[in-house]
Design a protein. Structure first.
Length: 289
């Protein structure tokens, strides 16, 4: 995998990129991060991602090692050095190495920052044309338990296990079901459904990570005059949905054709998801000057 790596503001050859085994991100998942992509060499919604990174860090009391402006400059520099117009970018902040091992965050002395840029692995076109298969996966996210559901934390074990289960069952996404039987979000996505022409998704106040792509899709839906309802989606409702789709920065908007082996609507991507994907790509892709 071709990668450009920057650690604490310094470019490092990917084969030489190392982080201490005593770093709290490695030991405890004590970290926050953001993932985003570029279109024609321009990161989409970069300032929004950096604002959410700052908010996530504040939610877990992790001090930013440098200013947001510096983080922006470093990430743009890494993207420029990588030289690929369609790239994946990940920026991770950890609490760093502590004076000694232990859970107490005050043991940490200096936050660590790592920027990684790789060529974007585009999802296959048939995902958008035919839709994907999804499963429901009952679990509770670590961030929910910790009371920081709106922070993008480095502990992604639940997403890893959900993705493993989805793959084992021949699916591409897992829709996380909470203890109340509600589907609030996907393993690595936000979830939308259409009922009688009404676009439904969980509100920001629910135990979700409010996605940047989700925010733009809601804005586009509003501009198109769609009726929107912000509420939890019961798992039992999914069988009656006309459309279901998931959103994320890397995959944009992906229609879901089946859930737990049952067709969504007529089993094909619907008109609403198709139009919202078209509109999203239009705002994400820079126009030639």
């Amino acid at each position: 995998m071709r990668a450009t790596v920057m650690i604490d503001g310094q470019l490092v050859a990917s084969e030489d990129a190392r982080v201490s085994v005593f770093d709290r991100g490695f030991l405890y998942g004590d970290s926050v991060f953001e993932s985003l992509r570029s279109y024609h060499g321009v990161p989409f919604a970069l300032d929004e991602h950096l604002a959410r990174l700052k908010q996530s860090a504040e939610r877990v009391a992790l001090a930013l090692p440098v200013s947001v402006d510096t983080l922006r400059s470093e990430l743009l520099h890494a993207l420029s050095e990588h030289g690929n117009p369609e790239s994946y970018m990940r920026l991770t902040l950890t609490r760093g190495v502590g004076r000694s091992m232990g859970l107490d965050p005050d043991l940490a002395e200096q936050s660590l920052r790592v920027a990684i840029v790789t060529d974007l692995a585009r999802p296959p076109a048939e995902m958008y044309e035919l839709g994907i298969s999804a499963i429901t996966y009952r679990a509770e996210r670590p961030s929910d338990v910790a009371g920081v559901a709106d922070a993008k934390i480095g502990n992604y074990l639940l997403a890893v296990m959900a993705a493993r289960e989805a793959r084992a069952r021949g699916a591409r996404e897992a829709l996380i079901e909470d203890g109340k039987g509600q589907v609030l979000e996907g393993a690595s996505s936000n979830v939308f459904a259409v009922f009688s022409g009404v676009l439904v998704t969980a509100p920001d106040t629910a135990a979700i990570l409010p996605g940047i792509t989700r925010r733009h899709v809601l804005s586009l839906a509003q501009s198109q005059g769609l009726e929107i309802e912000l509420r939890a989606i019961a798992k039992s409702e999914l069988a009656s949905a006309e459309e279901v789709f998931v959103t994320s920065s890397l995959r944009e908007l992906v229609p879901v054709a089946t859930i737990d082996g049952q067709s969504v609507g007529n089993g094909r991507p619907g008109a609403i998801s198709h139009e919202l994907l078209r509109a999203y790509r239009e705002i994400a892709t820079p126009r030639a000057k």
